[in-house]
Design a protein around this ligand. Sequence first.
Ligand code: FAD
Ligand code: NAI
Length: 475
Amino acid sequence: MSKKFDVVVIGGGPGGYIAAIRAAQLGFSTACIDEWNNDKGGPAPGGTCTNVGCIPSKALLQSSEHYEHAGHAFAEHGIEVKGLGLNLGQMLSRKDTVVKQNNDGILYLFKKNKVTFFHGRGSFAKAAAGGYEIKVTGAAEETVIGKQIIIATGSNARALPGAAFDEKLILSNSGALAIDGVPKKLGVIGAGVIGLEMGSVWRRLGAEVTVLEALPVFLGAIDEQIAKEAHKLFTKQGLSIQLGIKIGAITANSKDVTVEYVDDKGNAQKTVFDKLIVSIGRIPNTTGLNAEGIGLKLDERGFVAVDGDCKTNLPDVWAIGDVVRGPMLAHKAEEEGVAVAERIAGQHGHVNFNTIPWVIYTSPEIAWVGKTEQQLKAEGVAYKVGTFPFLANGRARALGNTAGMVKFVADARSDEILGVHIVGPMASELISEAVVAMEFRASAEDIARICHAHPSLSEATKEAALAVDKRSLNF
Ligand code: FAD
Ligand code: NAI
């Protein structure tokens, strides 16, 4: 006999597991099916984010930053480190422990919230009376029936044609997080979020890193001024970033990879790397769902087609997170998960796409929310700008971390904040104030008039807001 649930969630990443918890909180009998295996074949819920994404990358970014500081920054503070060494095995195993803590945390949360977890692959078998029959295969083999189905199957790394990931020499994000010896020469294709974060990790640990990017501009989607500053800082750190290249043949032999490409001046180039990370974006994961069999509509790029409320073309079937349109971010997936569970309960769940923050966890970090200057120009919106450099912030000086700035763009007439862009220390934390402000449709003056603790990095935010009205106090 099939087990029956009000809500069945397929996929246990940040979108799926949060949707399941919220549905259970709302009183629905809820199941979540996830196929991710840990190294012992056991369940490892949390999806890309927990297993090979947000969490392990941030663990390695932290460890590698400590290593770099111990080698290069401590001396300025009067701390002498003799005999500094790298135990990469320990660093990777710490990262694995952090991942496992998160996997276990999600299993605990399922128990606490009475979400029934199935470890295996979920696929649509057929429409059943009052819902859908979902076949679970893998560690658990059974059939469950859900009145409402939430698809949260996430995404996978996109490979370059003719250069499949072997995770030994040609690495996706999974392999890039588990290199067992620091490569002497590391190639990275794609100067996007993963390329910059993982390139930074391995550069700090001693690799000579070359990043090859197709676009002629660096981080073309972010605010131009911030991108220029970041490019300058990363180049100074030793990342070699080559823009406007066209990748040709990629040939792996038993110990290295040769990448042929045409550079921005039209010259043919050939470089041999010890390892190559390919980070050129991600593709939605719909394999195994039996989308075609059940009549689930995909869009022209292979994403599950949804409307603004995450409804698919099938009644009572929803889809959220990386497998649908919009930014591929864990917090976007989570917000959609909560909103869908609430819509199923007849509530008015809502995701404000205008206030989703982005963060690149390099050093310095880059974070932004809302519109860039170039977007506002293109839209013909009249705006004012205020910037404040961390160089003039007391806390940043005390930290020894003065690179970068905070930048506000506000409506020229109403002063409403339209975007905030930060490159600098703890930008990931600072951006929250901007998100709150924009969610409440605050003006730059609102932030400028709020008392900020001294000395704190957040004073740079206040000062940038003051600068919108040309009245910075400390610059
Ligand atoms: P996923 O996390 O991909 O989860 C989908 C789950 O569904 C997986 O466990 C998968 O195995 C399972 N699944 C798929 N098909 C089936 C099926 N048929 N049956 C059962 N289970 C199935 N985002 C951030 O916001 N911040 C970051 O710092 C960040 N860092 C990242 C770093 C890296 C290296 C990468 C690759 C991504 C990063 N992201 C980050 C993006 C983030 O990981 C994704 O946006 C997020 O994981 C999407 O969540 P999701 O729930 O939609 O999908
Ligand atoms: P991305 O979209 O961030 O960057 C891909 C880059 O590769 C782009 O600059 C693109 O122009 C370039 N590119 C594409 N094809 C190319 C080619 N043939 N040759 C050379 N360059 C090429 O994608 P990325 O870095 O793979 O990350 C995927 C997604 O994962 C991100 O968009 C983001 O949504 C998410 N992510 C988020 C993180 C965070 O929030 N901190 C961290 C890591 C990933």
